[in-house]
Design a protein around this ligand. Structure first.
Ligand SMILES: [Zn+2]
Length: 185
């Protein structure tokens, strides 16, 4: 079983495919009190990962149609410590143009799909959580190329989104999608 590891390679590519948001914009929170630590874990191959600030059990949807190639949903642990690096629940979907999308930190048992399943853009695939290397509930979304053997990870590229363009490394809150509503719940 391949373990996640930080690989020190810089890529400067943008995605060929254009992706929809992997969460519902209305679930985005305005702010958080998690502190800084988790959001500077995006380095090396994870440089272009995008963090969406949504509460636990928020709907996670396929950002583009494709085939599910990897599912991990057995973890119930997480926290602001690198020791949880491999404990994040995760779904990976393979798309056209040899690109993949990944959905990380999902809830324990939070996957609604299985490996080999074909999904459509916008299809509900699971529920967000706070598992793995994470200080607070959010969804880590990645578009990657050049996958490792089990297709669970690879070199991230800057995702192109339908209707939105996000700054690299910025946490996506309700503000970034033009909706300054107060935090729900
Ligand atoms: Zn992240």
């Amino acid at each position: 079983m391949l373990r996640r590891k930080k690989m020190n390679q810089e890529t400067s590519a943008k995605s060929t495919n254009i992706y929809a948001l992997p969460i519902l914009a209305e679930d985005l929170q305005l702010s958080h009190n998690y502190g800084e630590l988790p959001f500077n874990s995006h380095e090396g191959n994870l440089k272009y990962a995008v963090d969406f600030l949504v509460p636990e059990l928020s709907q996670v949807v396929a950002a583009l149609g494709g085939t599910v190639v990897y599912v991990k949903q057995d973890s119930d642990v997480g926290g602001p410590d690198g020791k949880y690096w491999n404990d994040g629940n995760r779904i990976v979907i393979r798309h056209a143009n040899r690109e993949y999308s990944a959905y990380e930190h999902l809830k324990c048992g939070g996957s609604l799909v299985v490996v080999g399943q074909t999904v459509e853009c916008g299809q509900l695939i699971g529920y967000s959580g706070n598992t793995g290397y994470s200080v607070g509930p959010h969804l880590d979304f990645e578009v990657f190329v050049r996958p490792v053997l089990d297709e669970s990870e690879g070199e991230t590229v800057k995702p192109g989104f339908v209707d939105y363009s996000f700054e690299v490394g910025k946490v996506i809150t309700s503000k970034e999608v033009g909706n300054e509503k107060a935090n729900s719940g």
